[in-house]
Design a protein around this ligand. Sequence first.
Ligand code: RIB
Ligand code: CA
Length: 307
Amino acid sequence: MPHVKPRHIVIDTDPGIDDAIGILLALASPEFSIAGITTVAGNIGIDTTTRNAGRLLAFAGQHDIPVFEGAAAPLSRPGPAPLNLHGKDGIGGVALPAPARPPESRPAVEWLADLLLSEPAGSVDIFALGPLTNVARLVLDHPDAAKRIGRIIAMGGVIAEAGNVGPRSEFNLWADPEAADAVVSSGLLLVLVPLDVTRRVRATRDFTAALSASGKPLASMVADLIESYFETSTHQESRPLHDPCVMLFALAPDLFRLENLRLSVGTGPTEEAGALTVDENGAPVQVAMGVDGPAALELLARTLAAF
Ligand code: RIB
Ligand code: CA
């Protein structure tokens, strides 16, 4: 197998149980070189999402990856209340160590802009797992840096199904619709991974039992994270792995079916906030609209067990 140079990525995240699974998957994947993790408020407040990013890196022994604290609130709206789904500590109460080091002193967006200006254009991708506030700030305040992004792969939105926080609204875009609008209409290369596919990558208890049986530390931790997801949900047969689908798409795009859609983002009152409309006057976005769910789960399990 010819050696392929790892892809430089930044993970922008609000961990969050499913974020945590995506982060551990990225840490287990030699295909990625993580330049840093930038945090955003979303599933829970910024102090907790930032601490959880540090805890995950400490657990995985990745002490050289820096964490940068990002937006504590959306661009122009009040932030969402913490989601009970992720537990009081935002990470399902699983046993993680304390961060091995504090977050960096530089604000996330400033660091991200400098990184993009210092690396070759197009060589850094952003994996966005939460509200798009940080990415929008980069686009709005540092356009010369933003245009050097390779691509943004973002978990967010819903196209042809019901939303998870409103009839047509998904949490990440609903939490900061103005940010989502800025990113979608930025003209940057954006791959959106919406609920239409993430709901088809579902972990069952048999899946978590197999992860635990591997005896490998990251696989066992992901099993614990998914089990905690079961505890905080009424849905007891399976749980959707929303954010890990971003990493799974980057690792194996052939497992997904992309459609080129023109989208506009609802920035109206609460009900429609973050809703996506397919609109011929909208911005061009590559949207994952199909996935081989079982194969994606198998890739997740195989990657974690190999670490
Ligand atoms: O709608 C799912 C998204 O909202 C995921 O990113 C989850 O972590 C929450 O942030
Ligand atoms: Ca998330």
